[in-house]
Design a protein around this ligand. Sequence first.
Ligand SMILES: Cc1cc2nc3c(=O)[nH]c(=O)nc-3n(C[C@H](O)[C@H](O)[C@H](O)COP(=O)(O)OP(=O)(O)OC[C@H]3O[C@@H](n4cnc5c(N)ncnc54)[C@H](O)[C@@H]3O)c2cc1C
Length: 430
Amino acid sequence: MQVVIIGNGIAGVTTALSLRKRRRDWGITLISGESDVFFSRTALMYVFMGQMRLKDTQPYEPHVWREKRIERVRGWVTHIDVGERRVRLDDGRAIAWDRLVVATGSTPNRFGWPGETLGGVQGLYTLQDLETLERAAADARRAVVVGGGLIGVELAEMLHGRRLPVTLLARESAYWNNALPAEEAALVTSVVRAAGIDLRLSTGLAFIEGDARGRAATAVDTTGARHDAQIVGLTAGVRPNLSAVVGSGLATGRGIRVDRTLHTGVDDVWACGDCAEIVEPGAPPDAPGRVEQLWYTGRMQGEVCAANVAGEQVAYDRGIWFNSARFFDLDWHTYGHVPAALDPPDAALRQAVWVDAPRRRLVRIVARDGAVVGVNSLGLRQRQAVWTRWIAEGRSARDVAARLDDAVFEPEFTGRLDPRAAAALKEQLA
Ligand SMILES: Cc1cc2nc3c(=O)[nH]c(=O)nc-3n(C[C@H](O)[C@H](O)[C@H](O)COP(=O)(O)OP(=O)(O)OC[C@H]3O[C@@H](n4cnc5c(N)ncnc54)[C@H](O)[C@@H]3O)c2cc1C
Protein backbone atom coordinates (compact mmCIF):
# COMPACT_ATOMS: atom_id res chain seq x y z
CA MET A 1 0.00 0.00 0.00
CA GLN A 2 1.44 3.39 -1.01
CA VAL A 3 0.16 6.41 0.90
CA VAL A 4 1.07 9.84 -0.43
CA ILE A 5 0.62 12.92 1.76
CA ILE A 6 0.81 16.37 0.15
CA GLY A 7 2.10 18.87 2.72
CA ASN A 8 4.57 18.42 5.58
CA GLY A 9 3.05 20.84 8.07
CA ILE A 10 1.64 19.70 11.40
CA ALA A 11 -1.38 18.01 9.74
CA GLY A 12 0.62 16.08 7.12
CA VAL A 13 3.45 15.10 9.47
CA THR A 14 1.05 13.95 12.20
CA THR A 15 -0.81 11.87 9.62
CA ALA A 16 2.46 10.26 8.50
CA LEU A 17 3.75 9.48 12.00
CA SER A 18 0.40 8.21 13.33
CA LEU A 19 -0.08 6.07 10.26
CA ARG A 20 3.36 4.53 10.70
CA LYS A 21 2.39 3.47 14.25
CA ARG A 22 -0.63 1.65 12.81
CA ARG A 23 0.83 0.23 9.60
CA ARG A 24 4.48 -0.83 9.82
CA ASP A 25 4.78 -2.11 6.25
CA TRP A 26 2.96 0.53 4.20
CA GLY A 27 4.90 2.95 2.01
CA ILE A 28 4.48 6.55 3.19
CA THR A 29 5.63 9.54 1.13
CA LEU A 30 5.47 13.15 2.32
CA ILE A 31 5.62 15.81 -0.39
CA SER A 32 6.35 19.48 0.28
CA GLY A 33 7.22 22.38 -1.95
CA GLU A 34 8.23 24.60 0.94
CA SER A 35 10.82 22.71 2.93
CA ASP A 36 12.49 19.33 3.45
CA VAL A 37 12.14 19.73 7.18
CA PHE A 38 9.12 20.00 9.40
CA PHE A 39 9.20 23.13 11.54
CA SER A 40 6.83 24.97 13.84
CA ARG A 41 5.17 27.68 11.76
CA THR A 42 3.94 29.36 14.92
CA ALA A 43 7.56 29.98 15.97
CA LEU A 44 8.64 31.83 12.79
CA MET A 45 8.40 35.18 14.57
CA TYR A 46 10.90 34.11 17.24
CA VAL A 47 13.41 33.12 14.56
CA PHE A 48 13.17 36.57 12.97
CA MET A 49 13.50 38.21 16.37
CA GLY A 50 16.66 36.19 17.11
CA GLN A 51 15.12 34.37 20.08
CA MET A 52 15.29 30.95 18.40
CA ARG A 53 17.35 29.37 15.65
CA LEU A 54 15.47 27.74 12.81
CA LYS A 55 16.71 24.35 13.97
CA ASP A 56 15.15 24.98 17.41
CA THR A 57 11.74 25.08 15.69
CA GLN A 58 12.15 21.56 14.28
CA PRO A 59 10.51 19.04 16.63
CA TYR A 60 12.17 15.98 15.03
CA GLU A 61 15.80 15.10 14.38
CA PRO A 62 16.61 14.35 10.70
CA HIS A 63 17.16 10.62 11.45
CA VAL A 64 13.50 10.18 12.51
CA TRP A 65 12.30 10.05 8.91
CA ARG A 66 14.80 7.35 8.02
CA GLU A 67 13.99 5.33 11.13
CA LYS A 68 10.25 5.61 10.51
CA ARG A 69 10.75 4.91 6.79
CA ILE A 70 8.91 8.01 5.70
CA GLU A 71 10.11 9.06 2.28
CA ARG A 72 10.29 12.81 1.76
CA VAL A 73 9.93 14.41 -1.66
CA ARG A 74 10.64 18.08 -2.31
CA GLY A 75 8.47 19.65 -5.01
CA TRP A 76 5.16 21.38 -5.76
CA VAL A 77 2.19 19.24 -6.71
CA THR A 78 0.53 20.85 -9.72
CA HIS A 79 -2.09 18.22 -10.45
CA ILE A 80 -3.88 15.33 -8.75
CA ASP A 81 -5.13 12.68 -11.14
CA VAL A 82 -7.83 10.83 -9.23
CA GLY A 83 -8.55 8.34 -12.03
CA GLU A 84 -4.92 7.34 -12.60
CA ARG A 85 -4.11 7.68 -8.88
CA ARG A 86 -1.07 9.85 -9.48
CA VAL A 87 0.14 13.27 -8.43
CA ARG A 88 2.22 15.34 -10.78
CA LEU A 89 4.99 17.68 -9.61
CA ASP A 90 6.12 20.95 -11.17
CA ASP A 91 9.36 19.33 -12.37
CA GLY A 92 7.42 16.71 -14.36
CA ARG A 93 7.75 13.83 -11.89
CA ALA A 94 4.67 11.67 -11.25
CA ILE A 95 4.11 9.81 -7.99
CA ALA A 96 1.59 6.97 -7.73
CA TRP A 97 -0.66 6.47 -4.70
CA ASP A 98 -3.15 3.95 -3.42
CA ARG A 99 -4.35 6.35 -0.70
CA LEU A 100 -3.91 10.10 -0.79
CA VAL A 101 -4.02 12.76 1.94
CA VAL A 102 -4.11 16.46 1.04
CA ALA A 103 -2.70 18.62 3.85
CA THR A 104 -1.68 21.74 1.95
CA GLY A 105 -2.39 24.32 4.66
CA SER A 106 -3.28 27.94 4.00
CA THR A 107 -2.17 30.81 1.84
CA PRO A 108 -2.32 34.54 2.75
CA ASN A 109 -5.23 36.50 1.29
CA ARG A 110 -4.51 38.99 -1.45
CA PHE A 111 -7.21 41.27 -2.73
CA GLY A 112 -5.70 42.46 -5.99
CA TRP A 113 -4.36 45.66 -4.44
CA PRO A 114 -2.56 47.77 -7.07
CA GLY A 115 1.15 47.38 -6.34
CA GLU A 116 0.85 44.11 -4.40
CA THR A 117 3.48 42.41 -6.59
CA LEU A 118 6.16 45.06 -5.93
CA GLY A 119 9.34 44.06 -4.11
CA GLY A 120 8.98 44.31 -0.33
CA VAL A 121 5.26 43.49 -0.44
CA GLN A 122 4.62 40.11 1.15
CA GLY A 123 2.68 37.90 3.53
CA LEU A 124 4.02 36.05 6.55
CA TYR A 125 3.38 32.36 6.15
CA THR A 126 6.24 30.36 4.66
CA LEU A 127 9.93 29.93 5.32
CA GLN A 128 10.49 31.76 2.03
CA ASP A 129 8.45 34.69 3.42
CA LEU A 130 10.81 34.82 6.37
CA GLU A 131 13.83 34.89 4.06
CA THR A 132 12.43 37.69 1.87
CA LEU A 133 11.47 39.64 4.97
CA GLU A 134 14.98 39.27 6.29
CA ARG A 135 16.42 40.68 3.06
CA ALA A 136 13.88 43.52 2.87
CA ALA A 137 14.40 44.51 6.50
CA ALA A 138 18.14 44.94 5.92
CA ASP A 139 17.72 48.34 4.24
CA ALA A 140 14.08 49.31 4.85
CA ARG A 141 13.38 52.57 6.68
CA ARG A 142 9.70 52.08 7.51
CA ALA A 143 7.02 49.40 7.24
CA VAL A 144 3.28 49.18 6.85
CA VAL A 145 1.38 46.09 7.97
CA VAL A 146 -2.14 45.51 6.67
CA GLY A 147 -4.58 43.39 8.67
CA GLY A 148 -6.28 43.37 12.03
CA GLY A 149 -5.61 39.88 13.38
CA LEU A 150 -2.97 37.84 15.19
CA ILE A 151 -0.47 37.52 12.34
CA GLY A 152 -0.68 41.29 11.72
CA VAL A 153 0.21 42.13 15.29
CA GLU A 154 2.99 39.50 15.23
CA LEU A 155 4.50 40.98 12.08
CA ALA A 156 4.26 44.49 13.52
CA GLU A 157 6.11 43.28 16.63
CA MET A 158 8.77 41.53 14.54
CA LEU A 159 9.54 44.65 12.48
CA HIS A 160 9.31 46.94 15.48
CA GLY A 161 11.89 44.67 17.14
CA ARG A 162 14.27 45.60 14.28
CA ARG A 163 13.71 49.27 15.16
CA LEU A 164 11.63 49.90 12.05
CA PRO A 165 8.78 52.37 12.57
CA VAL A 166 5.60 50.42 11.80
CA THR A 167 2.16 51.64 10.73
CA LEU A 168 -0.54 49.00 11.22
CA LEU A 169 -3.75 49.40 9.18
CA ALA A 170 -6.90 47.65 10.43
CA ARG A 171 -10.40 47.90 9.00
CA GLU A 172 -11.98 47.40 12.43
CA SER A 173 -12.84 50.24 14.83
CA ALA A 174 -10.80 48.52 17.59
CA TYR A 175 -8.02 46.00 17.06
CA TRP A 176 -9.37 42.51 16.31
CA ASN A 177 -12.92 43.35 17.42
CA ASN A 178 -14.27 40.96 14.82
CA ALA A 179 -13.02 38.15 17.10
CA LEU A 180 -12.85 39.82 20.52
CA PRO A 181 -15.52 41.56 22.62
CA ALA A 182 -15.23 45.35 22.89
CA GLU A 183 -13.34 45.47 26.24
CA GLU A 184 -10.70 42.97 25.06
CA ALA A 185 -10.30 44.77 21.70
CA ALA A 186 -9.88 48.11 23.52
CA LEU A 187 -7.20 46.63 25.78
CA VAL A 188 -5.32 45.08 22.84
CA THR A 189 -5.58 48.39 20.94
CA SER A 190 -4.03 50.29 23.82
CA VAL A 191 -1.25 47.70 24.29
CA VAL A 192 -0.32 47.83 20.58
CA ARG A 193 -0.24 51.63 20.62
CA ALA A 194 1.68 51.79 23.91
CA ALA A 195 4.34 49.57 22.32
CA GLY A 196 4.97 52.32 19.75
CA ILE A 197 3.03 50.98 16.78
CA ASP A 198 1.23 53.62 14.70
CA LEU A 199 -2.10 51.77 14.69
CA ARG A 200 -4.65 53.26 12.28
CA LEU A 201 -8.18 51.92 12.74
CA SER A 202 -11.20 51.93 10.41
CA THR A 203 -8.91 52.01 7.39
CA GLY A 204 -7.31 49.62 4.95
CA LEU A 205 -4.84 49.50 2.10
CA ALA A 206 -5.88 51.32 -1.09
CA PHE A 207 -2.74 50.86 -3.21
CA ILE A 208 1.06 50.75 -3.12
CA GLU A 209 3.38 52.92 -5.19
CA GLY A 210 6.80 51.64 -6.20
CA ASP A 211 10.17 53.23 -6.83
CA ALA A 212 12.16 53.08 -10.08
CA ARG A 213 13.59 49.67 -9.11
CA GLY A 214 10.16 48.11 -8.62
CA ARG A 215 10.26 48.16 -4.86
CA ALA A 216 7.50 49.41 -2.57
CA ALA A 217 7.94 53.07 -1.67
CA THR A 218 4.58 54.39 -0.42
CA ALA A 219 1.45 52.67 0.88
CA VAL A 220 -1.71 54.72 0.51
CA ASP A 221 -4.58 53.86 2.86
CA THR A 222 -8.31 54.16 2.23
CA THR A 223 -8.47 57.53 3.99
CA GLY A 224 -5.94 58.82 1.44
CA ALA A 225 -3.07 59.00 3.98
CA ARG A 226 0.33 58.20 2.47
CA HIS A 227 2.84 56.09 4.38
CA ASP A 228 6.50 55.84 3.45
CA ALA A 229 7.15 52.04 3.41
CA GLN A 230 9.77 49.78 1.87
CA ILE A 231 8.06 46.78 3.46
CA VAL A 232 4.31 46.26 3.14
CA GLY A 233 3.16 43.20 5.10
CA LEU A 234 -0.12 41.73 3.87
CA THR A 235 -1.70 39.86 6.76
CA ALA A 236 -5.40 40.24 6.00
CA GLY A 237 -6.23 36.65 6.88
CA VAL A 238 -5.45 33.34 5.24
CA ARG A 239 -7.52 30.97 3.16
CA PRO A 240 -7.18 27.24 2.45
CA ASN A 241 -4.44 26.53 -0.07
CA LEU A 242 -6.24 24.76 -2.91
CA SER A 243 -3.49 25.08 -5.53
CA ALA A 244 -2.86 21.31 -5.68
CA VAL A 245 -6.51 20.29 -6.10
CA VAL A 246 -7.55 22.61 -8.93
CA GLY A 247 -8.92 20.47 -11.76
CA SER A 248 -8.81 17.27 -9.66
CA GLY A 249 -12.55 16.90 -9.28
CA LEU A 250 -12.35 17.02 -5.46
CA ALA A 251 -15.24 19.06 -4.06
CA THR A 252 -14.18 22.47 -2.76
CA GLY A 253 -15.95 25.38 -1.12
CA ARG A 254 -13.82 27.58 1.09
CA GLY A 255 -11.60 24.53 1.55
CA ILE A 256 -11.54 20.89 0.47
CA ARG A 257 -14.91 19.57 1.56
CA VAL A 258 -14.69 16.54 3.86
CA ASP A 259 -17.02 14.68 6.18
CA ARG A 260 -16.28 14.16 9.86
CA THR A 261 -13.93 11.27 9.03
CA LEU A 262 -12.02 13.82 6.90
CA HIS A 263 -12.86 11.83 3.77
CA THR A 264 -13.38 13.85 0.60
CA GLY A 265 -16.06 11.60 -0.88
CA VAL A 266 -13.61 10.47 -3.59
CA ASP A 267 -12.38 6.90 -3.03
CA ASP A 268 -9.20 6.74 -0.94
CA VAL A 269 -8.69 10.51 -0.72
CA TRP A 270 -8.73 12.46 2.58
CA ALA A 271 -7.89 16.05 3.52
CA CYS A 272 -6.89 17.50 6.89
CA GLY A 273 -5.54 20.63 8.59
CA ASP A 274 -6.00 24.22 7.44
CA CYS A 275 -7.02 23.21 3.90
CA ALA A 276 -10.00 21.08 4.95
CA GLU A 277 -13.59 22.30 5.22
CA ILE A 278 -15.51 19.99 7.53
CA VAL A 279 -19.14 19.52 6.58
CA GLU A 280 -21.52 18.33 9.28
CA PRO A 281 -23.53 15.16 8.59
CA GLY A 282 -26.87 15.88 6.92
CA ALA A 283 -25.88 19.39 5.80
CA PRO A 284 -27.15 20.40 2.33
CA PRO A 285 -24.52 19.83 -0.38
CA ASP A 286 -23.68 23.53 -0.73
CA ALA A 287 -23.91 24.49 2.98
CA PRO A 288 -20.67 26.06 4.22
CA GLY A 289 -18.54 23.83 6.43
CA ARG A 290 -16.05 24.65 9.18
CA VAL A 291 -12.45 25.59 8.39
CA GLU A 292 -10.09 25.38 11.37
CA GLN A 293 -6.77 27.17 10.97
CA LEU A 294 -4.94 26.30 14.15
CA TRP A 295 -1.89 24.29 15.10
CA TYR A 296 -3.60 21.99 17.59
CA THR A 297 -6.59 21.28 15.34
CA GLY A 298 -4.14 20.43 12.53
CA ARG A 299 -2.50 17.88 14.83
CA MET A 300 -5.83 16.41 15.97
CA GLN A 301 -7.07 16.18 12.40
CA GLY A 302 -3.81 14.47 11.35
CA GLU A 303 -4.37 11.80 14.00
CA VAL A 304 -7.96 11.18 12.90
CA CYS A 305 -6.92 11.15 9.25
CA ALA A 306 -4.22 8.51 9.91
CA ALA A 307 -6.74 6.27 11.68
CA ASN A 308 -9.16 6.48 8.78
CA VAL A 309 -6.50 6.00 6.11
CA ALA A 310 -5.50 2.85 8.02
CA GLY A 311 -9.06 1.56 7.71
CA GLU A 312 -10.66 2.58 11.02
CA GLN A 313 -13.81 4.70 11.20
CA VAL A 314 -13.03 7.64 13.47
CA ALA A 315 -15.03 10.87 13.50
CA TYR A 316 -13.16 14.09 14.20
CA ASP A 317 -14.26 15.91 17.34
CA ARG A 318 -12.31 19.02 18.22
CA GLY A 319 -13.50 19.07 21.81
CA ILE A 320 -13.53 22.33 23.75
CA TRP A 321 -12.19 25.19 21.63
CA PHE A 322 -9.05 26.93 22.86
CA ASN A 323 -6.48 29.34 21.55
CA SER A 324 -3.67 31.41 22.99
CA ALA A 325 -1.04 33.88 21.88
CA ARG A 326 1.48 36.31 23.26
CA PHE A 327 2.31 39.66 21.68
CA PHE A 328 4.00 42.76 23.09
CA ASP A 329 4.29 40.85 26.41
CA LEU A 330 0.53 40.41 26.57
CA ASP A 331 -0.76 36.86 27.10
CA TRP A 332 -4.14 36.01 25.62
CA HIS A 333 -5.97 32.77 26.38
CA THR A 334 -9.47 31.74 25.39
CA TYR A 335 -11.34 28.51 26.18
CA GLY A 336 -14.82 27.51 25.09
CA HIS A 337 -17.35 29.88 23.58
CA VAL A 338 -16.91 33.62 24.05
CA PRO A 339 -18.92 35.61 21.49
CA ALA A 340 -17.33 38.78 20.10
CA ALA A 341 -20.70 40.51 20.09
CA LEU A 342 -24.24 39.57 21.04
CA ASP A 343 -26.29 40.54 18.06
CA PRO A 344 -29.14 39.77 18.52
CA PRO A 345 -28.96 39.73 22.34
CA ASP A 346 -29.04 36.27 23.92
CA ALA A 347 -31.06 36.24 27.14
CA ALA A 348 -29.62 32.87 28.22
CA LEU A 349 -26.03 34.21 28.23
CA ARG A 350 -24.56 35.91 31.28
CA GLN A 351 -21.14 37.55 31.23
CA ALA A 352 -18.85 38.63 34.05
CA VAL A 353 -15.97 40.94 33.12
CA TRP A 354 -13.11 42.31 35.20
CA VAL A 355 -10.75 44.79 33.54
CA ASP A 356 -7.65 46.33 35.04
CA ALA A 357 -6.71 48.40 32.00
CA PRO A 358 -3.68 50.22 33.48
CA ARG A 359 -2.11 46.88 34.36
CA ARG A 360 -3.34 45.27 31.15
CA ARG A 361 -5.36 42.49 32.70
CA LEU A 362 -8.83 41.26 31.88
CA VAL A 363 -10.93 38.20 32.67
CA ARG A 364 -14.32 37.50 31.07
CA ILE A 365 -16.41 34.50 32.05
CA VAL A 366 -19.42 33.52 29.97
CA ALA A 367 -22.24 31.33 31.30
CA ARG A 368 -25.28 29.93 29.51
CA ASP A 369 -28.30 28.99 31.59
CA GLY A 370 -26.11 29.17 34.70
CA ALA A 371 -23.32 26.87 33.38
CA VAL A 372 -19.91 28.19 32.37
CA VAL A 373 -19.31 27.94 28.61
CA GLY A 374 -16.24 30.10 28.00
CA VAL A 375 -13.51 32.37 29.30
CA ASN A 376 -11.23 35.05 27.88
CA SER A 377 -8.12 36.07 29.74
CA LEU A 378 -5.65 38.84 28.87
CA GLY A 379 -2.52 39.51 30.88
CA LEU A 380 -3.13 36.44 33.07
CA ARG A 381 -2.35 32.91 32.04
CA GLN A 382 -5.00 30.31 32.76
CA ARG A 383 -4.76 26.54 33.06
CA GLN A 384 -6.20 24.87 30.00
CA ALA A 385 -6.88 21.54 31.74
CA VAL A 386 -8.93 23.24 34.46
CA TRP A 387 -11.05 25.42 32.17
CA THR A 388 -11.75 22.69 29.63
CA ARG A 389 -12.82 20.35 32.45
CA TRP A 390 -15.11 22.98 33.98
CA ILE A 391 -16.66 23.75 30.59
CA ALA A 392 -17.03 20.07 29.61
CA GLU A 393 -18.65 19.28 32.97
CA GLY A 394 -21.05 22.23 32.62
CA ARG A 395 -19.92 23.57 36.02
CA SER A 396 -22.20 26.19 37.47
CA ALA A 397 -21.02 29.78 37.28
CA ARG A 398 -21.37 30.03 41.05
CA ASP A 399 -19.10 27.01 41.61
CA VAL A 400 -16.49 28.33 39.17
CA ALA A 401 -16.61 31.76 40.79
CA ALA A 402 -15.67 30.16 44.09
CA ARG A 403 -12.63 28.38 42.59
CA LEU A 404 -11.09 30.90 40.22
CA ASP A 405 -7.65 30.53 41.81
CA ASP A 406 -7.52 26.88 40.71
CA ALA A 407 -7.34 28.01 37.08
CA VAL A 408 -4.78 30.81 37.31
CA PHE A 409 -1.33 29.83 36.12
CA GLU A 410 1.16 32.46 37.18
CA PRO A 411 4.01 30.49 38.72
CA GLU A 412 6.31 33.48 38.99
CA PHE A 413 3.71 35.48 40.91
CA THR A 414 1.34 34.45 43.64
CA GLY A 415 -0.49 31.85 41.55
CA ARG A 416 -3.71 33.50 42.70
CA LEU A 417 -6.19 35.79 41.07
CA ASP A 418 -6.14 39.40 42.24
CA PRO A 419 -8.66 39.45 45.14
CA ARG A 420 -10.42 42.47 43.57
CA ALA A 421 -10.89 40.51 40.35
CA ALA A 422 -12.15 37.46 42.20
CA ALA A 423 -14.64 39.57 44.16
CA ALA A 424 -15.89 41.43 41.08
CA LEU A 425 -16.34 38.26 39.04
CA LYS A 426 -18.00 36.43 41.92
CA GLU A 427 -20.48 39.24 42.40
CA GLN A 428 -21.41 39.32 38.70
CA LEU A 429 -21.78 35.54 38.53
CA ALA A 430 -23.77 35.18 41.76
C1 LIG B 1 3.04 33.52 11.49
C2 LIG B 1 2.03 32.51 11.94
C3 LIG B 1 1.75 32.39 13.29
C4 LIG B 1 0.81 31.45 13.71
N1 LIG B 1 0.58 31.34 15.05
C5 LIG B 1 -0.31 30.42 15.49
C6 LIG B 1 -0.54 30.24 16.88
O1 LIG B 1 0.01 30.96 17.72
N2 LIG B 1 -1.40 29.26 17.26
C7 LIG B 1 -2.04 28.45 16.36
O2 LIG B 1 -2.82 27.58 16.75
N3 LIG B 1 -1.83 28.60 15.03
C8 LIG B 1 -0.99 29.55 14.58
N4 LIG B 1 -0.77 29.70 13.24
C9 LIG B 1 -1.52 28.82 12.31
C10 LIG B 1 -0.84 27.45 12.19
O3 LIG B 1 0.52 27.63 11.92
C11 LIG B 1 -1.53 26.66 11.10
O4 LIG B 1 -2.86 26.44 11.49
C12 LIG B 1 -0.85 25.31 10.85
O5 LIG B 1 0.50 25.48 10.51
C13 LIG B 1 -1.57 24.56 9.72
O6 LIG B 1 -0.95 23.33 9.54
P1 LIG B 1 -1.16 22.49 8.19
O7 LIG B 1 -0.32 21.28 8.34
O8 LIG B 1 -2.60 22.36 7.92
O9 LIG B 1 -0.60 23.41 7.03
P2 LIG B 1 0.78 24.15 6.79
O10 LIG B 1 1.55 24.35 8.04
O11 LIG B 1 0.46 25.34 5.98
O12 LIG B 1 1.59 23.12 5.89
C14 LIG B 1 1.19 22.86 4.58
C15 LIG B 1 2.36 22.39 3.79
O13 LIG B 1 1.89 21.96 2.50
C16 LIG B 1 2.80 22.39 1.52
N5 LIG B 1 2.10 22.55 0.25
C17 LIG B 1 1.04 23.34 -0.02
N6 LIG B 1 0.66 23.21 -1.31
C18 LIG B 1 1.51 22.31 -1.85
C19 LIG B 1 1.64 21.76 -3.14
N7 LIG B 1 0.83 22.11 -4.13
N8 LIG B 1 2.65 20.89 -3.36
C20 LIG B 1 3.49 20.53 -2.37
N9 LIG B 1 3.42 21.02 -1.12
C21 LIG B 1 2.43 21.89 -0.87
C22 LIG B 1 3.30 23.72 2.03
O14 LIG B 1 4.53 24.00 1.43
C23 LIG B 1 3.40 23.48 3.53
O15 LIG B 1 4.65 23.03 3.88
C24 LIG B 1 0.15 30.63 12.78
C25 LIG B 1 0.43 30.76 11.43
C26 LIG B 1 1.34 31.70 11.01
C27 LIG B 1 1.63 31.83 9.54
